[in-house]
Design a binder for this molecule. Structure first.
Ligand code: GLU
Length: 366
């Protein structure tokens, strides 16, 4: 039995296919969603929605049969469709007396600690004010990819859930669940009820070429599950079109697949883990062992430095870990292989005597 009685903060991601019928927003469906969210609010829960649909709506308004592929057209469609999307939500939530708020984010906002903290504070305030924040990628200004593809709200919703310490992430999509094999090729494929750990096998099946899962479908969902899992947040993947999906999930009914959390990282560690590194440093075996044993990273173990970064930026270490560096790439270039006492000699007594402290080093894929 799944128990969400203690889940206070819930992020719900709704995909474009779930929201639309015949290329138009399905206002009846949006109303049922709003009604279910209202019930959650009445029981003291906080809900953040991550909604896709802007690009699709813009394309429909322009008379296109399908969303364009070209980035600039997608951005223009998003700019046209986003207000149409919000108008529908405003109407549906208005019917049940709930105020909504719109928050548009980019990968850059999530990557920089200052803007990310601003975002978190804004969402906290919006939740305190009893509104339902509705997030989407700010597609028309996005230059970076949030996930593996431009406009990947699966990843965005997981990053947001992670950053606001959500207890539960619900992905409402047109996929029923995670299956033990590709259900299109194997009619006897069975849905998986619970994923305790995202194994290599799951990742490979999700990303395998030619599988139904490879086209952004299951792949981004597994990526979202990994992010949520690292944040100590449970994730449910289910078909958003099953009747009363949200209500049934919260009541603990076994719909879709539940992904259980792996490790509970602190806020700063999660921010480090999900930031795009500004550069990479390669370190030797001794330094690798040291950081594995929760020791600081010292310049003597640094073999090479790639990219341009400043002190305080997130960098990759041998592609196994990420860390906040206390030295810039220029400083590090001068310190390669040198004893740590050189740091203060070269850059003054105020400079921290290490490249990164253990608290600022986070291992990927743990
Ligand atoms: N931001 C996109 C939109 O509103 C959706 C991206 C996605 O579906 O993952 O159309």
């Amino acid at each position: 039995m799944r128990d969400f009685s203690k889940a206070k903060r819930i992020v719900i991601k709704i995909g474009t296919n779930t929201l639309t019928r015949d290329n138009a927003l399905d206002s009846e469906f949006i109303q049922t969603m709003a009604n279910q969210v209202k019930v959650l609010l009445e029981t003291g829960k906080q809900v953040v929605l991550v909604s896709s649909g802007a690009i699709g709506m813009g394309a429909t308004r322009l008379g296109m049969n399908e969303p364009p592929r070209e980035i600039q057209m997608r951005q223009a469609c998003a700019a046209i469709g986003q207000p149409l999307l919000m108008a529908q939500y405003n109407r549906a939530f208005g019917q049940c007396g709930v105020t909504i708020s719109q928050v548009l984010v980019t990968a850059e906002v999530l990557d920089h600690r200052k803007t990310y903290l601003n975002l978190r504070n804004t969402i906290e305030t919006l939740l305190k004010l009893n509104t339902v924040p509705i997030l989407n990628e700010n597609d028309c200004v996005s230059t970076d990819e949030i996930g593996t593809a431009f406009g990947d709200n699966d990843t965005l919703s997981a990053l947001v859930a992670s950053k606001i310490d959500a207890d539960l992430l619900i992905l409402l999509s047109d996929i029923d669940a995670l299956y033990d094999q590709d259900p299109r090729k194997h009619p006897d494929a069975k849905p998986i009820d619970t994923v305790l750990e995202i194994t290599d096998e799951i990742i490979q099946t999700a990303g395998a070429k030619g599988s139904q899962f490879s086209t952004g479908g299951m792949k981004t969902k597994i990526k979202a599950a990994q992010i949520a899992s690292n944040a100590g947040c449970r994730m449910i993947l289910t078909n958003g079109r099953i009747p009363r999906a949200i209500e049934r999930i919260i009541q603990g009914e076994a719909v879709g697949t539940i992904f259980l959390p792996k490790r509970r990282l602190g806020n700063r560690a999660r921010w480090i883990l999900h930031s795009t590194p500004c550069g990479t440093i390669h370190i030797d075996q001794g330094a690798s062992r040291a950081i594995e044993n929760h020791k600081s990273l010292l310049p003597s173990g640094v073999v090479s430095v790639e990219g341009v970064f400043e002190s305080g930026d997130v960098i990759a270490i041998n592609h196994h870990a990420k860390a906040v560096t206390s030295l810039s790439s220029v400083q590090l270039q001068r310190l390669i292989g040198k004893h740590s006492t050189e740091i203060k000699k070269l850059f003054g007594p105020d400079q921290r005597g290490v490249v990164a402290i253990p608290e600022d080093i986070v291992f990927i894929d743990r």
